[in-house]
Design a protein around this ligand. Structure first.
Ligand code: IMP
Ligand code: MG
Length: 186
């Protein structure tokens, strides 16, 4: 059973204005980092869709846009997480400068899996931009090259929603990033 202990009570963590400012800054940094080269932007569905839509409009480079979706399942007995790609637009990654756009890097399992998968396709380079990084929750040591908002304890204990982030598919359309109490599972 899953319940939503916060009801619809979402506390604002980062406002629309703060997000817009940060996305503009990241756009400039990313643009100069790629020095005029063409890039292949790969967005992780669905959480990064809103962020990616805003970010690419702040990167005045030749770019192509692709999407990938993964699922993660906890294999209880073995105590490990199985991650698998369930959807991907056809992505010609070989020889490309790839920018992977993630919503949240939490344990790092999803990101490290995706990075390994992308490397198998022989890109010229791979860099990662995350909307939110929760470094204290890391189980695998991976670091995004750019992070819009690092979130530290005790806030890492709250569940982030809005601006593409969901709780059980809800809240993605909020224009700001908010928090709800960490939902109980079970
Ligand atoms: P991990 O880094 O593999 O643990 O997983 C990161 C994924 O978990 C993200 O792509 C999100 O979809 C999801 N996630 C982790 N923390 C939150 C949160 O606070 N709000 C919404 N989704 C979250
Ligand atoms: Mg999610």
């Amino acid at each position: 059973m899953t319940r939503n202990p916060g009801g619809d009570q979402v506390s604002v963590l980062f406002t629309e204005e703060q997000i817009a400012l940060r996305v503009a800054q990241l756009g400039e940094e990313i643009t100069s980092a790629f020095g005029g080269r063409e890039i292949c932007v790969l967005g992780l569905m669905k959480g990064s869709l809103v962020f990616m839509a805003d970010l690419i409009r702040r990167i005045p480079l030749d770019l192509t846009v692709h999407l990938v979706r993964v699922t993660s399942q906890l294999e209880q007995a073995a105590g490990r997480v199985l991650t698998e790609i369930v959807y991907s637009t056809s992505v010609p990654l070989q020889g490309k400068d790839v920018l992977l756009v993630e919503d949240i890097v939490d344990t790092g399992i999803t990101l490290s899996y995706l990075m390994a998968h992308i490397h198998e396709h022989g890109p010229a380079s791979l860099r990662v931009c995350a909307l939110v990084d929760k470094p204290e929750a890391r189980k695998i040591d991976v670091h995004p090259d750019w992070t819009a908002f690092p979130v530290h304890e005790p806030l890492a204990d709250r569940f982030l929603v809005g601006y593409g982030l969901d709780w059980m598919e809800r809240f993605r359309g909020l224009p700001f990033i908010g928090t709800i109490p960490k939902p109980l599972r079970g």
